[in-house]
Structure formats: C-alpha cells, structure tokens
Design a binder for this molecule. Structure first.
Ligand code: NDP
Length: 480
C-alpha cells in the first residue's frame, strides 16, 4: 500500500516520527494509502528549508517566478486525468466534477497568479513639488497555508499560487482527510524544477502540523480555509503574535427565489447549488427561500429532481452524488437530520444512508435530503451542516426573505433568482454576504476578491488582493 511522503527542501521524505495515518477512500470505506503522521519536527524542517530559500526566491525576477508557476499549471493540465482520479478516490466526489471543476481550477489558479504577478503594480503619490510617496510591496517571508478537504487541490493551490507569485516561500498543510492531490502536486513541483525549499508540504493532523505552523514564531502569515471553530482557534493563537491572517470559514448560504425568475434555469442551477460535491462546497445554498406564489410548484419539481439524482460509484460518468468525505462527517450529517425532525421539520425526500453493493457496500453514501417546515431561526437553519441537506421555506415579501437570509452568524455567499433588475440590485446591496450571485451560481472572475463577512471569515483572497496579502506594503516618502 502506498505511503505518501512530505515534500521538504525539494525532496520527498518520510516523517521524522516514521509513523503514518490511514487514508480512507470514502466510496469503499477502506484504507487505501497511508499518510505521514508529521509533527512539529517536520514543520521545523519545512520552515528551515523555506527560510533558507526565501532570499533567493524573493529576489528572483517576477518573470522567472511566473515561468515556474506556468510550468506547474501546464503539468497539472497534462496530469488532469491522474489528478482527477486521485481527488475522486480521496474525497468521494464524482470523477466528472473533479475533471471539470476541481483540477482545471487548480491549473487556473497557478496560471492566473503566474500572469497576475507580472501586472501587480504599486502606487506613487506626488505632493506637488514637495515630495513623492511611493509604496513598495515586499514579500512577507515564509507563509503558512492550511486548507480543507472539500475542494482539496483547488483550495490548496488558491493559497500557494499567490504566495509563490508574490515571492513568499511556503510551508503548507493539506487536510489529512484528502492528502493525495497535494502529494501529487509535490511530484509536479519537482518535475517543474521549482527550487528546493520554495514550497514545502507537510502532511498530518491539524492539531499537530496545523498547530505547529500557526504557532511557529517565525512564520508571520497564515492563510487558512476551513471551519469557523478552527478559524476561531487559529485567530486566538495567531493574533497575539501579530501575524497577518486570512480566514476563509464556514457558510450557511441563502438561495432566494422570486416568482418572476427564469424558472427552468433556476431549477437546474439550484440542483447544483444544493447538491454539487454532495453539498460539501462552502458556497452551496443550503437554505432555499421561495416566494409563496411558486412554492408548491417548486417543492414538487425540486423533490422530484432530487429523488432522481444518481447516487453511486464516483467513477461512473452517470453518478451525480458520490460519497461524503468520511464516516464521522456522514454521522454528523445524519445527526443534523435527526435534529431537523426534532425541530419539527418534515423530510420530503432522502436523508438516509445508502448501502450500495459490492466494493461500495461500506462507502459513505447519503441520499440528498430536502427538509421543509422549519423556522428560519432553528439550529438546522442556523448551523453549517456541509452535506447534501437543504431546507426549503416560503416567503411573502422581499423584506421577509432578506430578514431570514441575513439571520445567521455567517455571511459567505448568497444566490438570488429574479428578473426584476431593480430588486436584484436592491437585494444585492442589502444581503450580508461576501458574494451575491444573481441568476447564476459559482461563476467567478478570478480577478475579484473572494471571502465572507461575519463568522465566514476575515480578509480577502483572490485577485490582486491576494498578492497584496502576501506582501507587506512599505511607504517611502522622498523630499524633493
Ligand atoms: P477544518 O477547520 O476542520 O480543517 C481545515 C484545515 O485546518 C485542515 O487542514 C485541518 O487539518 C486543519 N486544522 C484543524 N485543526 C487545526 C488547528 N488547531 N490548527 C491548525 N490547523 C488545523 O475544516 P474542514 O477540513 O472540515 O473543512 C470544512 C470547512 O471548511 C467548512 O466549514 C467549510 O465551510 C469551510 N470552507 C470554507 C471555504 C471558504 O472559502 N470560506 C471553502 C471551503 C471550505 P485536519 O484535516 O487534520 O483536521
């Protein structure tokens, strides 16, 4: 069985402890590889490598850094099938999704930042004949990057690419639940000739490796994507050390549907925004609010379509719903369905574990569930479930929809369906969320800043903002 390795100082090496964790395949429920159970000693080795590579990397002309990133992007594209298969096996998601979204986006991240850095400008301000002020953007140093399991390579590369482009060197930790594509990325970086120590990938548990990165006294910047509780803990460690911090956290996103929407387009997109990746995308719309005039029709059509979703082998092209990521996560989702019932919800469809046959008999498959009849402020409607579970709730007025949409502690994304232009702009202005999608979902120009408000995080990733984040602005004022 394969034993993955850490990528430190340009080499694939075994963890100092020489111990390993089991890596489960969610669709079979079986261990299929082992990953390093690294600890603070491995983080220290990774830090030392990143530190010694920093001076040379940060002084490498941006055109040259760009070439490395573009080479990595090209190798990701070249290895698309292999990476997609690894991601599907590791995560349980349909292979088709990995092939069409996750892996192409990981390549796009490297491509985007490989080119963005060439156009990252600094500003100058003239004080009419007295002085000139200009701002230098200097790479912060060794960046700590920590990412979750739901979009493994996509989110891992979303941090690493801007950090490297900006001239930082990196110590990164993928989620221990989905380590495989990060491991393959180390092989790709070696093939791309990335200089030793520029990127270091340490596998292992959040409590050991993640914590060692966050609390490392000489790592001045942490870019974290994951749950809000983990983010809160990380902030409590990093803030007193005055680290630069970007936190991309959980969500409980509203999907608000008005009667005047383009119904068919709304329905097909709402299927995706509800259940893509088994609902395990931080941007999924898990609370669906529907104008009462079309509520009954929507309920009938949505439930019918949900029941028809093919659950099964992630490698089968026809599969729409693969396995959820782990047994504990499946149990968490099922416990929320029990809670929904206790809170008075009616499960209109789904919500049970699916026992497939053959090699998938022990896989973590769940029927996608639609729940109605819950109050907007109950726990099921306020807490992040992060699975194939949505609630549907009717509303009568725009104000009511807005009040319910804004009622959670989260504010990551939102979706709005209406043909009324004025209302669309008014709602977009009033929804408390970092992203408002109008008549679409998951469309993104990578130049736009990305992130949430309230408990969904602080800081912005994406666009030129990410390059700003990984650099320290220094203002210089010269007297004329
Ligand atoms: P977690 O917060 O559990 O883990 C995220 C990462 O942090 C993992 O690599 C984890 O390691 C690590 N970690 C855990 N504990 C610590 C610690 N004490 N110190 C440092 N690192 C630690 O999130 P999940 O992996 O469960 O991901 C799901 C969550 O991510 C959801 O809440 C989802 O909404 C959110 N998310 C947010 C996005 C956004 O852009 N806002 C995008 C995607 C997901 P380990 O795996 O070993 O526990």
């Amino acid at each position: 069985m394969q034993h993955l390795k850490n990528y430190i100082n340009g080499e694939l090496i075994v963890p100092v402890s020489a111990s390993y964790l089991d890596n489960y395949c969610p669709s079979t429920g079986k261990v299929y590889s082992h990953i390093p159970d690294s600890d603070e000693r491995d983080v220290e080795l990774a830090y030392a490598a990143a530190k010694s590579a920093f001076e040379s990397w940060s002084l490498t002309p941006k055109e040259k850094r760009s070439q490395y990133l573009l080479r990595i992007a090209a190798l990701i594209e070249k290895n698309l099938d292999r990476l997609a298969l690894a991601e599907s096996t590791d995560n349980g998601k349909p292979l088709k999704l990995a092939k069409t979204i996750d892996i192409p986006r990981a390549a796009a991240n490297f491509h985007f930042y490989g080119t963005a850095i060439l156009h990252h400008a600094s500003t100058a301000h003239s004080m009419e004949g007295t002085a000139i002020n200009y701002t230098l953007h200097q790479p912060v140093g060794v960046a700590g990057c920590i990412s979750p399991w739901n979009l493994p390579l996509y989110l891992f590369s979303w941090k690493i690419a801007p950090a490297l482009a900006a001239g930082c060197t990196v110590v990164a930790k993928p989620s221990e639940i989905t380590p495989m594509t990060a491991f393959l990325l180390s092989e790709i970086c070696i093939e791309a000739g990335l200089p030793a120590g520029v990127l270091n990938i340490v596998h292992g548990l959040g409590a050991k490796v993640g914590n060692a990165i966050v609390s490392h006294k000489d790592i001045p910047l942490i870019s974290f994507t994951g749950g809000t509780a983990t983010g809160k803990h990380i902030a409590s460690v990093a803030a007193p050390m005055f680290k630069k911090l970007s936190l991309e956290l959980g969500g409980k996103n509203p999907n608000i549907i008005f009667a005047d929407c383009d119904y068919e387009k709304m329905l097909s997109t709402t299927m995706l925004s509800s259940f893509a990746n088994q609902g395990q995308i931080c941007l999924c719309g898990s609370r669906i609010f529907v104008e009462r005039k079309i509520y009954d029709k929507f309920r009938t059509d949505f439930v019918k379509k949900t029941k028809a979703l093919v659950i099964g082998d992630p490698l089968n092209e026809k599969t729409k719903i693969g396995a959820v990521v782990s047994k504990p996560h499946m149990e968490k989702i099922l416990s929320y369905l029990e809670l929904a019932k206790k809170e008075g919800g009616a499960i209109l469809c789904g919500g049970k574990q699916v026992h497939l046959s053959g090699e998938f008999a022990d896989g973590y498959f769940l029927e996608p569930a639609v729940v109605e009849g819950l109050s907007f402020d109950c726990r099921t409607n306020q807490e992040e479930i992060f699975g194939p579970v949505v609630t549907i709730t009717p509303f009568d007025t725009e104000e009511e929809a807005l009040m319910m949409a804004n009622s959670t502690m989260y504010g990551l994304a939102s979706i709005l369906w209406t043909q009324d232009l004025t209302r669309a702009h008014r709602m977009a202005n009033n929804i408390h969320a970092g992203i408002v999608w109008i008549n679409c979902w998951l469309l993104r120009d990578l130049r736009t800043p990305f992130g949430g408000v309230k408990a969904s995080g602080v800081g912005r990733e994406g666009g030129f903002e990410a390059l700003d984040f990984f650099t320290e602005p220094k203002n210089v004022c010269i007297k004329l």
